[in-house]
Design a protein around this ligand. Structure first.
Ligand SMILES: [Zn+2]
Ligand SMILES: [Zn+2]
Length: 304
């Protein structure tokens, strides 16, 4: 038998004060996650181990130390202290300096041309706009990678720049960039993004029936704690906006548990057609059937 410590949330999360505290046992530490924790018919499928570990490696904890004064008043503008959320690394690219293009990180900017790093990498992180909403907040944000267990050697990246085209408060989505000189990290992240794609393709083929495809997996940093996995079912896809009669924007709702700071975490569904842009967790509502979580707004065409 497996030791009991392998199951459920870590001690830190189990103790957090929260309106959903009695449901915290539906969170499982990423570190000890196994496909055997999943319900049928997924329980016997080992592909979920690779899939969840790859998804998990791409999840970061985002810590915003200072909120922008430009935050709309209704969007957590009053909450004190640092604001924690989750995010997903969606892109990693190795770059080489040219005569006209140099590493834009502050270290390199403040040093002589000769001493600037020749190679660097751009890492792109997707989250919710209510977590990080403008350039000022990006600069006050720190992303922690590999925060899987307390005391582990984690890795921090400072926010560098907002991707304005991919940021919208209306749809609660934002994307920003970090710069690193850790080229090995950047390379391994590229590998992980492809690993997630391969695992997803295997899982997607394995469950051809629509009702089996509505399985949802969330990896997040609930309450800013270490990475946890939660899962459930897709409940509905509600249309938010019909742009031109062909392309519709939707919001997913699901019953996987989420807590404060799960915001911005990737929402994996087997029905996802393309893995590059997963919806991000946005909010939750209390309904007669219990707590229902909701994603940010995504294109309907991204879902099967
Ligand atoms: Zn640099
Ligand atoms: Zn909670």
């Amino acid at each position: 038998m497996r030791p009991a410590m392998n199951k459920g949330p870590d001690r830190d999360l189990a103790r957090k004060k929260c309106g959903k505290r009695n449901q915290h046992n539906q969170f499982f530490k990423l570190r000890t996650f196994s496909h055997e924790l999943l319900p049928n018919p997924y329980k016997k499928n080992k592909n979920f181990d690779k899939l969840v570990q790859a998804l998990g490696k791409l999840v970061v904890k985002i810590e915003l130390t200072k909120k922008s004064r430009d935050r709309p008043r209704e969007v957590y503008s009053n909450a004190r202290g640092s604001f924690n959320s989750s995010g997903q690394i969606i892109f990693s690219k190795l770059m080489r300096s040219t005569r006209s293009r140099h590493c834009p990180c502050s270290d390199c900017k403040n040093t002589s041309k000769r001493r600037r790093e020749k190679e660097y990498a751009i890492i792109s992180i997707k989250t919710a706009a209510h977590a990080i909403f403008n350039e000022e907040e990006v600069k006050n944000a720190t992303c922690t990678l590999n925060f899987d267990v307390i005391g582990a050697r984690d890795l921090k990246l400072k926010g560098y720049k907002l991707d304005e085209e991919r940021t919208s408060m209306e749809f609660d989505t934002s994307t920003f960039y970090c710069i690193t000189h850790d080229l090995e990290l950047a390379k391994s992240l590229i590998g992980t993004i492809y690993q997630l794609k391969r695992s997803h393709e295997k899982v997607f083929k394995r469950y051809p029936k629509k009702q089996d495809k509505n399985f949802v997996i969330v990896v997040s940093h609930p309450h800013g704690c270490v990475k946890h996995v939660s899962f459930g079912r897709l409940k509905s896809k509600s249309s938010v906006k019909d742009l031109d009669g062909r392309r519709t924007l939707i919001r997913l709702s699901y019953d996987a548990i989420t807590c404060p700071a799960s915001s911005g975490a990737p929402i994996y569904t087997i029905s996802q057609r393309k893995i590059w842009y997963l919806p991000s967790h946005s909010s939750y509502v209390t309904r007669a059937e219990g707590n229902i979580s909701e994603s940010n707004v995504v294109w309907e065409s991204m879902q099967d």
